[in-house]
Structures are given as structure tokens and as C-alpha cells.
Unconditional design. Structure first.
Lengths: 161, 188
């Protein structure tokens, strides 16, 4: 499995890469058999969600995907009437946000390691704790921030009009 | 004696070469580019080790070719696969031993209306998970009961015996002491 694109998290004005997929539970638990077109080996889940923490609450504020028929999908297709944001009350888990330079690249899932990991723990959508773990010091020329080194992209099917 | 030794080594070298030709597949430009993108340019000792693998293997096969031949034959004969029986241990994360009090639908729904200062959640039972809850309710028949469950972490579940990372909370639909459906409202 190729290294995967992360979800995007905005918190206190900072843009973070979130190596966890909180929307996966909603997709399976809500009984909706949604399928997305895959356009890259670095995005097996077929979508990228944008999240924001506002007043210690987690919100889904953006969603990018294509249906299997090729139609672009946004947050309004998943949550009609909630285009501005969705309170993610189903999220009770820890999420990992790698930070700093890359220590070791692993071409699988979210397995690459970085200088630091910020762990945020949510309970029913509320941020309840955070901790920063230091993993080591990277070489001077190491890449900064989360990234995927190689992936194959392919076009999504064109939507029939 | 030396004739037998030469014959033995000759057969070994032939087998070694044949195995090399049989298995040989040069990497494509694409594979080389991907490898370079992922690993960068390999060090000289790594490349040397890589180049020594084949000659060393051929020498090894020349010395102990009967064993190599045996392994090759074994590889060519399709292995009789033992059918691994798919063991469906538990279809649900909920288990009878982790069931707690019975609750009425009315109480559950009243307890699970969420509010949000940005109005980013509907004021219906289980908010954005409401359609999953409605699906759960639709499976209910007369005489069924809904019980709270809390399955502790590290409990194995599912077809492949995965282990839970955290405690899982939810509601189970119970019919004649048997779990019929479950509704989980928090990710883990």
C-alpha cells in the first residue's frame, strides 16, 4: 500500500496534516453505502476531508471526492444543509498529526515518522487532551512536513451529462 | 573421484544458471524511478551486495544442487492448499457478557440529542448518525429489547479476529437473549 495523503486539520491558525480518518466511522456507521472514485494510489479512501477545531470542538469543514460516475462531491452531498461545517460528535479517538522534518520515509499508509507527533484526543467531538511526542532530530536536508514521495494518479471517469 | 566432483559441480552450475534464467526479470525504468524516488541513490556497498547476490547464489547451488533442485520442484508443484476455515467468531462487537441495562427507545433518543453553538448538528437523535440509528430501529420487532453495551478494548471481533483499540459503547438489539443488531455511536 502506498503512503497515503493525510486529512487536513486547521487548529489555532495552524495547518496540520492529520494521519487519521475520522470520517471513516461516519461512513460505515451511518448505513450509507457511499463509494468514491479512486484517483491516486496515495488516496485509497477516495476522499480528502478538511477539519477545523473551533472552541475545542471538531468540525468537518470541507470534503473533496468524486463519485464512481465521476461527479464531484462536496460536503453538501454528504451532509445536506451543513455546507458550512459539521460538528463531528461521533469522534471519540486519538488522532495523530506529525510535525517537523521527516525522520524515516515508509511507503505505506501513514507509517513515515517525523520529528514530532501531536496527538489530539477527542471525546464525542470535544477535544479533551493533547500531547506532543518527540521522536528524534532529522538530518538538515530532510523534507519538512508530511508528504508522499511517489504515487500514481489516474483520471476519474467523466460525469455523464 | 575428481571426475565425479566435476560432474557434480557441472550439474550444479547448469541448475544454478537455469534457475537464474528462469527467475530472471529485469526491473523496468518505472520501477527503477520509483525505487530512486523512495530510497534515493543507494550507497556503493548496497549496490555491491545487490550485485553479489546472484553469483553467490549460483556458487551455493553448484555446491548443494540436490537441495536446490528439490526446492525448485517443490515450488513448481502447486501446493495443495489447506482450506483455512473462515471462523466467524462474533458478527457483532456487542456480546452478551458486556450487555448492561435495558433502555427504552424514548429515553435513548432523549439522551442523544446534541446541540452546537454553530448549529452544525441536527437536533434529532444521534445527530449526523441519525440514519444509522433509524436503520437499527427498523430491525426491531415486538418483544425485542434494546440494551446498552460496553465492550472493553482488546476484545477480538469480526471474521479475522481483529482487536479493539479502545472500549466501544453502543446499543444492542436483543431478541430471545440473542443479539440481532448493534448501533455504535462513537468511533474508536
Amino acid at each position: 500500500m502506498t503512503a497515503q495523503f493525510s486529512e487536513r486539520l486547521s487548529w489555532n491558525g495552524k495547518k496540520l496534516a492529520m494521519c487519521s480518518e475520522p470520517l471513516g466511522f461516519w461512513l460505515s456507521a451511518n448505513g450509507r453505502n457511499l463509494r468514491f472514485a479512486m484517483s491516486s494510489t496515495a488516496c485509497w479512501r477516495g476522499y480528502i476531508g478538511s477539519w477545523k477545531i473551533i472552541n475545542d470542538r471538531l468540525y468537518l469543514v470541507g470534503f473533496e471526492a468524486h463519485s464512481e460516475e465521476g461527479a464531484p462531491l462536496g460536503i453538501e452531498d454528504l451532509f445536506p444543509g451543513y455546507e458550512k461545517g459539521v460538528f463531528a460528535h461521533w469522534v471519540t479517538r486519538e488522532v495523530r498529526c506529525p510535525q517537523g522534518k521527516m525522520l524515516d520515509y515508509v511507503h505505506m499508509g501513514y507509517a513515515s515518522t517525523y520529528e514530532m507527533d501531536l496527538y489530539l484526543t477527542f471525546s464525542r467531538g470535544y477535544l479533551v487532551s493533547k500531547r506532543l511526542e518527540t521522536n528524534g532530530k532529522a538530518k538538515e536536508d530532510s523534507a519538512e512536513g508530511y508528504g508522499v514521495a511517489a504515487h500514481v494518479s489516474f483520471p476519474v471517469p467523466k460525469e455523464d451529462k | 573421484m575428481s571426475l565425479y566432483l566435476m560432474l557434480y559441480a557441472g550439474i550444479g552450475i547448469c541448475i544454478g544458471m537455469a534457475m537464474f534464467i528462469y527467475q530472471y526479470r529485469s526491473s523496468s525504468d518505472f520501477e527503477r524511478s520509483i525505487a530512486e524516488a523512495i530510497h534515493g541513490r543507494r550507497s556503493w556497498h548496497y549496490r555491491l551486495r545487490e550485485r553479489l547476490v546472484i553469483p553467490c547464489t549460483i556458487i551455493l547451488i553448484a555446491v548443494c544442487w540436490p537441495l536446490a533442485l528439490l526446492l525448485l520442484i517443490k515450488e513448481l508443484i502447486p501446493e495443495r492448499r489447506k482450506d483455512v476455515e473462515a471462523i466467524v467468531e462474533y458478527p457483532f462487537i456487542a456480546r452478551n457478557q458486556f450487555l448492561f441495562e435495558e433502555k427504552s427507545l424514548k429515553n435513548i433518543e432523549a439522551e442523544n440529542i446534541y446541540s452546537d453553538p454553530l448549529d452544525a448538528v441536527p437536533k434529532i437523535p444521534f445527530g449526523h448518525l441519525n440514519s444509522g440509528w433509524e436503520l437499527f430501529k427498523s430491525k426491531m420487532r415486538d418483544g425485542d429489547k434494546v440494551q446498552v453495551f460496553k465492550t472493553p478494548k482488546n476484545t477480538t471481533y469480526g471474521k479475522y479476529g481483529s482487536s479493539l483499540d479502545n472500549d466501544v459503547h453502543g446499543y444492542a438489539l436483543v431478541r430471545n437473549e440473542e443479539i440481532i443488531a448493534e448501533f455504535i455511536y462513537e468511533s474508536n
